[in-house]
Design a protein around this ligand. Structure first.
Ligand SMILES: Cc1ncc(COP(=O)(O)O)c(C=O)c1O
Length: 505
């Protein structure tokens, strides 16, 4: 160790091995008073003293505490954090339901074009004709893909889309004088569905799945009456199975005056193959950040546009981009006549829409269909490769994902679904979704996605088989209990942060 000499101002050194198990300091720990990162772009707007424009009530009385770091330390910090995380760029991420797939980089380039990224959303329409055309085009493409009439891009994620869709159903029913207040959801549904129904002011009615993992039509018939405002479903459902009786279900719900809501989280299974509108749905949210070139979750903001049939178009949030009837082919903004109002400031996370449109144009209709075909092929191939080693409770032909169960393995060996999921990290794969859907015990919900090569899907199958064999070997199963042991962070107590939150303001 060399002799240390004191440096003024504190701060810690910023360098580390490629992936380490040491703890990365917080950005505040790198802070040294007066140290700056100097590569901010000059916006060209004069810097004003806040006191000259704001009432004194709105001014801070103390300095805001921000980290003062150099660009070098900043980049080092976040690069180290990134290299300790599993990511879609690093490898396969077979997270069922919440699709996480590799997103092509050209879409990043499109979203980064200054003509799109450096535009203020409050710019006058004359200056943003290109942006408006982009939004109108994206709406037309999305309506073509989903079989709907009009769409809003305001919702910032799937769950925000769900709430928007339910508020649209509420507004429509109130407009027609209906007092219906119950929304039916299958027992296999995603947790956001009942949460959105409740938040939208409706009551949740659950319909069970039948022995094939599909909506039990007879049970549905029993709960349908004129108090039913609608039914919320995803198709394929969260077991990865296509609801083959969907048109019959839609007819039954429509007969009692209810509307059909399509949770489009699983749209990447059916692009160019079938359309929610043709299945009988009236409202559809799509997760652009799952299906079309933006990673879901930590990778950036999302976009959960809601598309509707012509009966609901007048209720959509506004303003929305539109073609003007000015004979010159110009674009502008419109507020639908019975609009439910805004659900997001400005026009939502518009750069995610730009990425999605770039992805749609680049792939074209044939390419989008091929993406879905490959997603379905990869899932079926993986399922067939592992089904001698894992129980597959609903083992029909699946769509883009399937649900395996570690129930028998746990019963025989004590190794749980969570141990299997964590062990995948040591073999170079992210874990699948676990313990969802709730109707499958020890569920492992696996979605290999279309972006992975056959070699990678085979390697994933080999990893899952290897783990299943180790689980049944008394000598080696202990390693699965402790996994992962080779990653920067070992097994965490997943519930502790929620149970004992440490809130710092
Ligand atoms: C079936 C289903 N519905 C809804 C959602 C909610 O989407 P988001 O996470 O974008 O809010 C998800 C999440 O991935 C999902 O898998």
């Amino acid at each position: 160790m060399t002799e240390h000499f004191d440096l003024p101002g504190g701060g810690v050194a910023s360098s580390s091995p490629l992936v380490g198990s040491g703890t990365e300091p917080t950005i505040f720990e790198f802070s040294v008073p007066g140290r700056k990162s100097s590569s901010f772009r000059n916006s060209g707007v004069d810097i004003l003293d806040p006191a000259s424009v704001l009432d004194s009530n709105f001014l801070r009385s103390t300095e805001v505490e921000l980290p003062e770091v150099s660009e070098r330390d900043l980049v080092g910090h976040f690069t180290r954090l990134a290299s300790r995380q599993y990511s879609v760029d690093l490898g396969a991420y077979p997270l069922g339901s919440c699709t996480m797939k590799y997103n092509p980089k050209f879409a990043d380039n499109v979203a980064g074009m200054p003509g799109l990224s450096a535009v203020h959303p409050a710019s006058p329409t004359g200056l943003i004709q290109g942006w408006l055309e982009l939004l109108v085009m994206a709406e037309e493409y999305l309506c073509e893909i989903t079989g709907m009439k009009a769409a809003t891009f305001q919702p910032a994620a799937g769950a925000a889309g769900e709430l928007t869709g339910l508020l649209l159903i509420r507004a429509f029913l109130e407009h027609t004088g209906s007092k219906a207040n119950k929304i039916i959801i299958p027992d296999s549904s995603h947790g956001t569905n009942p949460a959105s129904v409740t938040l939208g002011g409706f009551e949740v009615l659950t319909v069970p799945s039948d022995e094939d993992g599909l909506v039990d039509i007879e049970a549905l018939a029993k709960i349908l009456d004129d108090g039913v405002a609608g039914m919320m479903m995803t198709n394929p459902n969260t077991l990865g199975l296509f609801e083959v009786k969907i048109t019959e279900i839609a007819r039954m719900v429509h007969e009692v005056g209810g509307l059909m809501y399509y949770d489009g989280a699983n749209l990447n299974a059916i692009l160019g193959i079938s359309r929610p509108g043709d299945m009988g749905f009236d409202v559809v949210h799509s997760n652009l950040h799952k299906t079309f070139a933006t990673p879901h979750g930590g990778g950036g903001p999302g976009s959960g546009p809601v598309a509707v049939s012509s009966a609901l178009a007048d209720f959509l949030p506004g303003p929305k981009a539109c073609r003007l009837n000015d004979g010159e082919g110009k674009f502008g903004w419109e507020v639908p006549p019975l609009s439910i109002g805004r659900v997001h400031s400005h026009f939502g996370n518009a750069l995610v829409v730009a990425r999605a449109l770039a992805y749609m144009i680049f792939n074209g209709s044939d390419g989008l269909k091929m993406a879905s075909d490959l997603a379905v092929l990869n899932a079926n191939w993986l399922k067939a490769s592992i089904d001698d080693y894992y129980e597959i409770p609903f083992n029909g032909v699946c769509m883009h994902e399937f649900v395996a169960s570690a129930r028998q393995i746990k019963k025989d060996t004590g190794i749980r679904g969570l141990d299997i999921a964590k062990s995948l990290f040591e073999r170079g794969f992210h874990s699948p979704t676990v313990y969802f859907p709730l109707i499958v015990e020890e569920a492992l919900m696996i979605e290999p996605t279309e972006t992975e090569s056959p070699q990678t899907v085979r390697a994933l199958a080999d990893a899952l088989i290897d783990i299943a064999k180790l689980a049944r070997d008394p000598e080696s199963k202990g390693a699965l209990h402790d996994a992962p042991t080779t990653t920067p962070v070992r097994r965490l107590d997943e519930a502790r942060a929620a149970r004992n939150p440490k809130l710092v303001f």
